[in-house]
Design a binder for this molecule. Structure first.
Ligand SMILES: Cc1cc2nc3c(=O)[nH]c(=O)nc-3n(C[C@H](O)[C@H](O)[C@H](O)COP(=O)(O)OP(=O)(O)OC[C@H]3O[C@@H](n4cnc5c(N)ncnc54)[C@H](O)[C@@H]3O)c2cc1C
Ligand code: FES
Length: 276
């Protein structure tokens, strides 16, 4: 109930009980059988995931299987218990000078945005969401067709179901052509939209691969726009103790460089402050 959009949780997958059923504690051997190997030391580290959506006492996460931890997580079934800590980190913030929020997601970087889009909408702010993927197989959302051009100036007829259910317009960019989608990267789509809406003062929220964030940062600097990025770093503790998730940022007042922790100072940072 205290979770804010942009915050995350850490899931511990390295001990037997973290994936045990409530009634039946799974011995380590069963865990090893599940992953088909000895328990790897790397599983001691918690795995961070954005809070995607919150309803009553429940919350959702959306994750992509990229390695051993997410493979285990994908095999957890209903009723099994997970050891998690959270909500952790800071959150996205609305900019009172802005008149629309533009949420830019690269692939699984969409995960924190349903929660944020919902909060923005509830607060009466205009929101649009752009989601990009290399091809339709890598889209992290379910595309649905809409009849009207819900987002003016983008020649697209596909939107993401999860945002449509929130009443928030969205558009999908795919690098390999796909009927109804914008052809190109999500940053290309952002630029098209910005060109057609130069009368607006948007604030850009972005989450995705580093290369995408670097491009968005350049676009924002060229146009003197404000933005907030959610960063991803490997995390060993998730609570500011190990200094393993340091990222370099520039103090925008003094221009001095310093390290900050993604887990406690972030994961959300001012887009202009991040040094890639
Ligand atoms: C604040 C935060 C929020 C995140 N939210 C989500 C989310 O909502 N959904 C989601 O799918 N993923 C999210 N991630 C990334 C997710 O934590 C990693 O994909 C996951 O920890 C990988 O675990 P693994 O054991 O499967 O991979 P490993 O077996 O440990 O590694 C597999 C590959 O993934 C890379 N990797 C591992 N950890 C990270 C990381 N933290 N960031 C980037 N690359 C990593 C490794 O370099 C390696 O190439 C988030 C990361 C952070 C820091
Ligand atoms: S993960 Fe340990 S300080 Fe951030």
């Amino acid at each position: 109930t205290t979770a804010q959009p942009g915050q995350f949780i850490c899931v511990y997958l390295g001990d037997a009980q973290s994936i045990a059923s409530p009634r039946e504690v799974t011995p380590p051997d069963t865990v090893n059988a599940l992953i088909g190997a000895s328990l790897k030391p790397s599983l001691i580290l918690p795995r961070p995931f954005s809070i995607m959506h919150v309803a009553d006492e429940y919350f959702d996460i959306l994750f992509k299987v990229v390695g051993i931890g997410t493979s285990i997580l994908a095999k957890v079934s209903i009723g099994q218990q997970l050891r998690i800590i959270g909500p952790l980190g800071n959150s996205f913030e609305w900019d009172e000078d802005a008149d629309i929020a533009v949420l830019v997601a690269g692939g699984i970087g969409v995960a924190p945005f349903p929660f944020w889009a919902q909060r923005l909408k509830e607060a009466g702010h205009d929101v649009v969401v752009f989601i990009g993927a290399r091809n339709c197989n890598e889209l992290p959302v379910t595309p649905i067709a809409h009849e009207d051009a819900r987002i003016q100036a983008l020649n697209t007829s596909l939107e993401a179901r999860i945002f449509a259910e929130l009443g928030v317009p969205s558009a999908i960019a795919v690098e390999e052509p796909m009927p109804g989608a914008f052809t190109g990267t999500v940053v290309d789509m952002l630029i098209s939209w910005l060109n057609a809406h130069s009368h607006l003062r948007p604030i850009i929220y972005a989450c995705g691969p580093k290369a995408m964030l670097q491009r968005v940062q350049m676009v924002l600097r060229e146009r003197n726009l404000r933005g907030q990025f959610s960063l991803e770093e490997r995390m060993a503790c998730g609570i500011g103790l190990c200094l393993g998730c340091a990222c370099l940022v520039r103090d925008l007042a003094t221009q001095q460089l310093r390290y900050q922790m993604v887990c406690t100072d972030g994961p959300v940072f001012d887009a202009d402050a991040i040094v890639f």
